[in-house]
Design a protein. Structure first.
Ligand code: SAM
Length: 214
């Protein structure tokens, strides 16, 4: 019975996330106060304390698209000690995954919700790489222009204008969604439309997709 409920909850979450992802890619929707209220309701109340259970319900598939995005980014990063930002870090899953690929980097892992920052900090306490966990908003990242080598954003609001402001010349963004593989092409086209990047590449991976913009 528990297993069945788990599967049902996973299924419903995938549907919910694949419905909310495409509009969130559009700046005018992402910026609305109602969107922000909805997100903070979802992760402050509805999902916040059981987001790790949602990750577990993917049975190892949650990190597949980001793993490919990180592998591509690694080929292009020449700095041996890059500054890497995990935007909307949630439980810290992506931060932890990325420290394995970039053990000598300095990570800044941020989330708008204090509760999620605490979860990320706890989950990363066995990580030996430098990771700073902070509470911050994707719409106003508290970093100077051109200060970051790689920005990671998975299943969160991808505010590309702000990402582009803080990334160094040649810096990269890896945006991942784990629920909506079917919009991979559309998402790529939308990112190209911003005209903020020289190259935009991306692939559908398993249930979702990654986009690498440079
Ligand atoms: C679905 S979770 C994904 C967490 C993590 N990236 C992962 O893949 O496991 C989305 C996270 O984005 C955060 N978030 C939503 N809007 C944000 C914003 N404007 N600034 C920073 N974090 C935000 C939420 O609080 C939540 O923790």
């Amino acid at each position: 019975m528990g297993k069945l409920l788990n599967r049902l909850s996973h299924f419903l979450t995938q549907i919910l996330f694949s419905i909310i992802t495409p509009p969130l890619l559009m700046p005018m929707v992402a910026k609305l106060s109602i969107t922000r209220l909805f997100i903070s309701f979802c992760f402050g109340r509805l999902y916040g304390n059981r987001y790790q259970d949602i990750i577990d319900s993917f049975h190892g598939r949650y990190g597949l698209a980001m793993a490919e995005g990180l592998a591509e980014a690694k080929k292009m990063i020449s700095d041996k000690t890059p500054i890497i930002l995990d935007c909307g870090s949630g439980t810290g899953f992506v931060t932890k995954q990325a420290t394995k690929q970039f053990p000598n980097a300095t990570f800044i892992s941020f989330d708008i919700l204090h509760g999620m920052v605490m979860q990320a900090r706890n989950n990363c306490n066995d990580v030996t790489t430098d990771v700073f966990h902070v509470q911050a908003d994707t719409f106003a990242i508290p970093l100077t222009d051109q200060s970051v080598d790689l920005l990671l954003a998975q299943n969160t609001i991808p505010w590309f204008a702000e990402f582009s402001r803080v990334r160094r010349p040649g810096g990269m963004i890896v945006y991942v969604d784990t629920s909506a593989g079917w919009i991979a092409e559309l998402a790529k086209r939308l990112v190209v439309k911003y005209k903020l990047f020289e190259t935009v590449m991306g692939e559908q991976v398993d249930l979702g997709f990654y986009i690498l913009a440079r």
